[in-house]
Write a new protein. Structure first.
Lengths: 243, 593
């Protein structure tokens, strides 16, 4: 009983007062024209351990105005991560990507495009919920057929079971894609062939580029940008979206 | 006489001289006095406009032994006065057999069918202790570790450069043939303050080449090559490079066959060599740089590529300016390029490819701009201009490209879309909205609860199916029949509540059905008088058999002789009696013989 009460207490925790205060301070400073002060206040609000799509969008807007495309992209992507179906977050992510000079990547395979489309429309949670419903229906049909031996239930089971399995596979693919750790380059950084400052740098990645993070070795991350081969980048030049 | 006529006469005279140039054959030794622990190199050089050179036999020698079975051979050719002058050099290395006099005999050389003979060369061999110690590779500032048999040199391709100009330094290891260096590696830090350094690669396996240094034969191998780009003017220094390697410590006192008779006299030992530091005088770039100059120094070309010339309005055209050449590509900036409305462009994406396997650092740097036409129609991409400083010519040069016409098709972007195309204008939110904790969330597919959600219905289905199958399997067992018979009797008795006659009829039916189903007794056709015997024959006790008989007799009397006024027994009593019979009759029942 006590753990349940504690859990309820946690769930009904008061709103983060410090984050609220800093957010209001940031808004006031922005209205006074102090963009740097506003950005600092919003960053402090984020550092309290609380965030919101509006907070991330405000930071993206301030950094975009200041020409800091790396941080603008970072916060726009964070906003999109918090609210994937929010039109404003989508627009901010699109604008900051263009401002950072990100060119369209290679066209994905049909399967990859379908997974990306499902991810945009449903998200991993929605895809899993849909798969769960279909799964339960499939099991119900199978169970009913097992008891009643009804031909109609058997046909329904044959129709629904493959759909449920496909939906489950799609949901897992969406979740895997959504769960990949991503980061944004905060400054222009060279991509190197090996995790070593002396390794040849064949490409420069400009600030504000979104990369998928791979394994880490010391101060180096293996990263894959949208439009090029994977390589090693200095971890200090990267900021994770889930940070 | 005009100047042109004078020049013509001079050229004709040169050509005639070249034509008349005879074949020269020279033979010489690098030294005429040699220590008994040294080697000497004998050279035969054939030079001239010849076509064929027959095989040259090695010279007869006295008090000398050849170091190699075959001579080293070098061949060069040059064109002078329209004729090809060839130079063939044959090199033999000899080691003295002992002190005293030695001699290299004449060498016969046949060139274009004509035979030439060289003079013999006399050599004086003295004990090694009488020979002066050679300077350490003629390196005035050679550090400790270098020796006459093994030393490291830094060989820059220039000692004066402009800021940003490439200076290539080769580090060459020189060693006597008997030293056999191996396992070389860099030792310690290596600094070049005021330079940007790029290491070059030496393709293939290291190969040695024979060279003469101060009249002494050596093998030389380039062990490192680096490109340095001065970042400021002044007198700069590239620190010495320190290399550690293993080298054979050879005891030459026994002559060339010394190690054969005393193999333990030779052994590998670690040695540390340092190259001299390299001083470079760096000049600043001259004034008068063009507007398109952003600091590139070297020798460059530029080409511009456009990925398509027709595009949907609002989509991007990729324009790539590719700068290629010899210079510090990592630091050069892209062309300052701008387009005007309704075209829009963004900071370029930059990729660099360096070619490090050549003698100098070369490569290409690609600046790719995305250009978006805001409305349909014909548009012109302006030419791209990019400037660099050519250090050889000491002048700035500007590379330009031609403008490119593109065509945008499709509907014009509306005002809202046009507004969205600009990077500015994201709106600030006055309300924070719903707060969430900042945390790295685990992907859903890695959470056990999600899979539990999928597994539970499956488990429920499996449990249900299992129970169903078990129920089906157990339906025909005696135990099941027993439970079913009792349950049915209970239901039948319950249906007769209320009316006495109906209760008695229900009692009669319940008992007979139970006996039929549970004890497989044809109770409906069996005379009532025979019932106790039949029951006891199936294992039911006499008391229970009697009770059941009494029950049925009373039921018959109550139903068919109303005057008898037989009271209806309670269903509980009937069920208890039936349960007794069920318990007493064995499972599976068997009629005893």
């Amino acid at each position: 009983m006590i753990p349940l009460a504690l859990a309820l207490l946690l769930l009904s925790a008061p709103p983060p007062a410090e984050a609220e205060r800093l957010f209001a301070l940031g808004v006031a400073l922005a209205e006074e024209g102090d963009a740097r002060g506003a950005a600092a206040a919003f960053e402090e609000a984020h550092r309290t351990g609380w965030t919101s799509p509006a907070l991330a969008l405000n930071l993206a807007a301030l950094y975009l105005d200041a020409g800091d495309f790396g941080r603008a992209r970072l916060h726009a992507e964070r906003a999109l991560r918090l609210a994937p179906r929010d039109g404003e977050a989508q627009e901010a992510a699109r604008r900051t990507a263009r401002a950072a000079g990100e060119l369209p990547g290679r066209a994905p395979s049909p399967g990859g495009a379908f997974v990306a489309w499902a991810g945009r429309r449903l998200g991993a949670a929605g895809a899993l919920a849909l798969a769960g419903v279909l799964w339960a229906a499939a099991l119900a049909f199978v169970g009913g057929w097992a008891v009643r031996r009804s031909a109609r239930l058997g046909r329904a089971a044959i129709g629904v079971v493959p759909v449920a399995v496909a939906a489950l596979a799609l949901a897992v693919a969406v979740s895997v894609e959504e769960g990949r750790p991503r980061a944004v380059t905060l400054a222009e950084t060279p991509l190197r062939a090996a995790p070593d400052a002396g390794a040849p740098a064949d490409r420069m990645l400009s600030a504000g580029r979104l990369v998928v993070l791979g394994r880490q070795r010391g101060a180096w991350h293996h990263v894959r940008p949208a439009d090029g081969p994977a390589a090693w980048a200095d971890a200090d030049a990267l900021a994770r979206l889930d940070g | 006489v005009s100047a042109r006529a004078l020049l013509l006469a001079f050229a004709l005279a040169l050509a005639a001289a070249a034509h008349a140039q005879p074949v020269s054959v020279q033979a010489f030794a690098d030294k005429t006095t040699v220590g008994d622990g040294e080697t000497l190199r004998f050279t035969v050089e054939v030079s001239g406009p010849f076509r064929t050179l027959d095989r040259v036999e090695p010279p007869e020698v006295r008090n000398l032994l050849p170091v190699r079975p075959a001579p080293l051979q070098e061949r060069h050719s040059a064109t002078r006065g329209g004729r090809t002058i060839q130079t063939v050099t044959l090199l033999w290395d000899f080691a003295p057999e002992g002190s005293g006099s030695a001699e290299i005999g004449p060498v016969a050389v046949t060139v274009d069918g004509r035979r030439y003979t060289t003079d013999p060369v006399r050599i004086r061999v003295v004990p090694q202790r009488q020979r002066p110690t050679p300077a350490a590779g003629a390196q005035p500032d050679a550090p400790a570790g270098n020796g006459p048999d093994l030393f490291l040199r830094a060989e820059p391709d220039r000692r004066a450069a402009y800021v940003g100009q490439q200076v290539v330094v080769e580090y060459v290891l020189y060693f006597a043939a008997y030293v056999h260096p191996r396992n070389a590696r860099l030792f310690g830090a290596w600094d070049a303050a005021g330079f940007w350094r790029e290491d070059l690669e030496i393709p293939g396996a290291p190969t040695t080449r024979p060279v003469m240094v101060d009249g002494r034969p050596y093998e030389a191998v380039t062990i490192k090559r680096s490109a340095f780009f001065p970042t400021r003017a002044g007198d700069l220094t590239i620190d010495s490079l320190v290399v550690e390697l293993e080298a054979l410590q050879s005891q030459r006192a026994g002559g060339v066959y010394g190690p054969l008779f005393n193999p333990f006299a030779s052994r590998y030992a670690r040695r540390r060599l340092a190259s001299p530091s390299v001083a470079v005088t760096v000049r600043p770039l001259p004034d008068g740089a063009p507007a398109a100059f952003s600091g590139a120094v070297g020798d460059y070309t530029m080409r511009v590529e456009v990925d398509r010339t027709e595009v949907a309005a609002g989509d991007a055209v990729r324009v790539s300016a590719i700068v290629r050449g010899d210079g510090n590509l990592s630091t050069i900036d892209g062309p300052p390029w701008a387009v005007s409305v309704p075209l829009e462009t963004f900071p370029p994406e930059v990729t660099t490819r360096a070619f490090r396997t050549e003698r100098r650092l070369r490569g290409e740097r690609r600046f790719t701009y995305a250009v978006v036409p805001g409305r349909p129609g014909a548009h012109t991409l302006p030419g791209i201009a990019w400037a660099y400083f050519d250090p050889e010519a000491g002048a700035y040069r500007t590379l330009t490209s031609e403008p490119v016409a593109i065509r945008a098709v499709g509907p014009a972007a509306d005002a809202e879309e046009a507004a969205r195309a600009t990077p500015e204008g994201l709106v600030l939110h006055a309300e924070p909205g719903r707060w969430r904790r900042v945390r790295a969330e685990r992907p859903l597919h890695t959470r056990p609860a999600v899979w539990a959600g999928f597994a539970l219905p499956l488990l429920a289905l499996l449990a249900f199916a299992g129970a169903h199958l078990r129920r089906q399997r157990l339906a025909g067992t005696p135990g099941a029949r027993s439970r079913r018979a009792l349950a049915r009797a209970r239901a039948t008795l319950a249906s007769g509540r209320g009316d006495r006659t109906a209760a008695l009829a229900a009692l009669d039916r319940a008992v007979r059905d139970f006996l039929d189903e549970r004890l497989d007794l044809p109770a409906r056709s069996l005379p009532l008088a025979d019932l106790p015997a039949a029951l006891t024959a199936r294992g039911v006790s006499e008391a229970t058999a009697h009770g059941l008989h009494t029950l049925l007799a009373d039921a018959d009397a109550g139903q068919f002789a109303p005057a008898a006024r037989v009271p209806a027994p309670s269903p509980e009593d009937v069920l208890r009696l039936l349960a007794d019979a069920d318990a007493e009759a064995p499972l599976p029942w068997a009629v005893p013989a």
